[in-house]
Design a binder for this molecule. Structure first.
Ligand SMILES: Nc1ncnc2c1ncn2[C@@H]1O[C@H](COP(=O)(O)OP(=O)(O)O)[C@@H](O)[C@H]1O
Ligand SMILES: [Mg+2]
Length: 421
């Protein structure tokens, strides 16, 4: 009876709260799966945090799956992960080459190619440059003068100026007129900027989180203070809109090889406009997700356990052709989206995943319901709050997020959540 231990590595930076919940629940699940032919293989799980150290490229990797939250900015870990995929067959979410190469700007272009309703988007040459030996002759010969006024009129005010590889609202400016456009461009310095037509006013602003084939839609209020941006609404959208968002998110994630990503989309006049959907390291903190946070922890556990237990192979190359073949068909946009989503479900092995969860992870719901009510969980929230909030607000906000998690337990935790779908 072959016995196998699946080693899960957590590649972390400043994360505090979710790894505590993840590790506690994985341990509590106490998995001893019977898999393979005649259910003869026994599979259990171990989990540890990946450390940073020198490495020999040929040294083996002890992990089967790495949940990575670090490598979008931290280079040695990214290069270790890339070598581990190429040399040691490691499964990582997310695909690091795709994160490195496909910035927000490319994600807009690719989804335009698939016919999604990306608002009109432009790119501007940078306002300023770091010195480079060839800079002067290059610009002198080839950089054409352009008029902000003309571009502003073509796009139409208001629009947003944002870094082409941006994140975390850094450097994002709403532009309402030419003077504001000039000011923002002058301030952009060496950052390369996209301009994007504003979807304003909008009827809905939704963040759809995707983890493997699991999705969750959150009604988002960008004008609220950080702790209230993810509202606690559930089932707030008509079925058809909900499906468009799910299909859109899974299409993007499968297309780019991202297991874990979130898609921001705005609805105006019945059309959904995705505006930000290249998030390599989606928000996972209890201090922003609060009510939705237990869903994320459970979804993350299910997907990582599934990947490790079944030996799911990581798709190292992206293979966009099947998506483009659908894009070129003479069918309606909604039919195309359904076609892309079908590819996504195939790539995420949705049915196999669902069966796996039913068969092997039936006890997760009850375990999670109990765990999210424990003192240990409250302590994890407190640690995160302590790291973020001023001293005089720590008790108040620990209590607030704790209560929201308890509301989740009452409203959703007690009944389970059908394998995260
Ligand atoms: N095209 C747009 N229409 C309306 N609002 C937008 C648009 N682009 C950006 N925004 C607003 O600016 C915020 C930050 O922009 P976003 O593209 O999400 O950047 P980041 O990657 O930094 O989160 C969004 O959450 C939204 O409130
Ligand atoms: Mg955003």
């Amino acid at each position: 009876m072959p016995q196998r231990t699946v080693n899960i590595g957590l590649s972390l930076g400043a994360d505090i709260c979710w790894p505590i919940a993840y590790e506690s629940l994985l341990e509590g699940l106490n998995l001893d799966l019977k898999l393979g032919r005649l259910s003869r293989d026994r599979v259990n799980f171990a989990c540890e945090r990946v450390t940073i150290e020198p490495f020999d490229l040929r040294q083996p990797v002890k992990y089967d799956v790495v949940i990575d939250r670090l490598t979008h900015w931290y280079t040695i870990s990214r290069e270790w992960i890339k070598k581990a995929i190429v040399l040691n067959d490691l499964y990582v979410y997310n695909n690091p080459w795709s994160i490195q190469a496909n910035e927000k700007h490319t994600s807009y272009a690719a989804m335009m190619r698939l016919g999604l309703d990306i608002p009109e988007t432009w790119m501007l040459p940078a306002k300023a440059y770091e010195h480079a030996d060839d800079l002067e002759p290059t610009l002198r010969q080839y950089a054409r003068l352009f008029s902000l006024e003309e571009i502003g009129e073509k796009i139409g005010y208001p629009f947003f100026m944002k870094p082409y590889h941006g994140g975390g609202w850094k450097g994002v400016t709403r532009i309402d007129d030419l003077a504001g456009f000039q000011r923002a461009y002058d301030a952009s310095g060496t950052d390369l900027m996209n301009l994007q037509k504003a979807v304003i006013p909008y009827d809905w602003f939704v963040r759809c989180i995707g983890l493997g084939p699991q999705t969750r839609k959150v009604n988002y209020d960008p004008s609220a203070p950080l702790h209230d941006r993810y509202t606690m609404d559930t089932d707030f959208l008509p079925e058809t809109d909900a499906k468009v968002l799910e299909d859109t998110t899974l299409t993007i994630n499968a297309f780019f090889g991202w297991d874990f990503n979130s898609c921001e989309a705005l609805a105006q006049g019945g059309i959904w406009y995705p505006i930000d959907f290249a998030n390599a390291c989606p928000d996972s903190q209890v201090t922003s997700l609060h009510y939705h946070w237990p869903w994320l922890i459970k979804a993350n556990l299910r997907w990582s356990i599934f990947c490790g237990a079944t030996g799911r192979k990581m798709r190292k190359t992206l293979d966009w052709e099947p998506f483009f073949a659908i894009a070129d068909k003479d069918i309606s946009p909604r039919e195309k989206l359904a076609g892309y989503a079908a590819i996504a479900h195939q790539r995420f092995e949705t049915e196999k995943f669902r069966d796996f969860c039913r068969k092997h992870l039936g006890h997760l719901d009850e375990l999670a319901y109990d765990f999210f009510g424990t003192e240990k969980l409250r302590e994890a929230i407190n640690r995160k709050v302590t790291a973020l909030f001023p001293a005089h607000e720590i008790d108040e906000f620990t209590e607030l997020f704790w209560q929201r998690v308890q509301t989740w337990r009452e409203q959703e935790g007690a009944r389970g959540d059908e394998a995260g779908f």
